[in-house]
Design a protein around this ligand. Sequence first.
Ligand SMILES: C[S@@+](CC[C@H](N)C(=O)[O-])C[C@H]1O[C@@H](n2cnc3c(N)ncnc32)[C@H](O)[C@@H]1O
Length: 311
Amino acid sequence: MQKASHLEQLKQEKYASMILVTDRDFQRFTKKYKQVMVGNVTIPIGQAVLIKNFTPPTDYKHESFTVWSFPNRGDWSTHDGKYRGNWSPYIPHNLIWKYTKEGDTVLDQMMGSGTTLVECKLLGRNAIGVDINHNSVMVALDRLSFDYDSGVTIKTYEGDACNLDKIDDNSIDLIATHPPYAGIIPYSRAENKADLSALSIDNYLSEMYLVAKECFRVVKPGKHCSILIGDTRKHRHYVPISHNVLHIFLNAGFILKEDIIKVQHKTKQTREVWGGSYYDFYKIAHEHLYVFRKPSKNEKIQQYKHSKNLF
Ligand SMILES: C[S@@+](CC[C@H](N)C(=O)[O-])C[C@H]1O[C@@H](n2cnc3c(N)ncnc32)[C@H](O)[C@@H]1O
């Protein structure tokens, strides 16, 4: 693995610092463009949306077990399924409800279409969103452009999750984020080397260590960091990306609070690539939602010892 000088390299390059992208930037952008490309998908932006519901269905009860399954992914507010790999709004909805209170600050440093930020706006939490892809930031701002006054501050940035330089140490109450899984869905053109979806698995895991270190730096002691991560197959072998990522976050200093199994429905792979036929392996249909806690100041930690030699 090349743990090498990614950050040094970034300092001389575009992602040396997070770049604030405001609603004004969005307004200017949509005067020129009515759609953006993310990966190979065209997404319309700047069109007024008629919102029917601002909340999940009224009979919905928050999750209370460690297996989560949302066959109807949720389409309230501006949530829709056009952004590839977006997570069901039920996920950030549950995390925000469980681990924060009104007025707290939530970070999604790989915000994609801004699902987490939309839920923060609806639930009265301040939010910071970051994405490496300028077009994704525009999609997120599009999804956030609806009237709903919960008095919160939401800031969006173009930037690299490995370098959250505009976010203070110990300032975030909850991280809720959903990284790409090493090349399964490409989000930007191949030349964007900072995009985690463009990396080999080894390089991806090295970068995830930088992501984990930044998470640990910005989260307040005693508060939580949640990350949804899946696995893949290469040459018919199961590649446990999630297990590696788990150990990376533990080695960064976090304590594991929950390992929630999220059932996958209608993914690109199970639906299109592996559809219908018989294979000599099982089609992957779950992801791990890890919830970590940063130890409190002076907390005596008694936890399973992790091998220091792994990374
Ligand atoms: C799985 S998607 C997130 C989807 C999001 N949860 C949603 O609901 O729309 C992963 C996102 O990570 C972004 N990304 C990839 N590498 C990144 C990096 N180094 N820093 C920040 N964002 C990155 C991609 O552009 C993509 O939008």
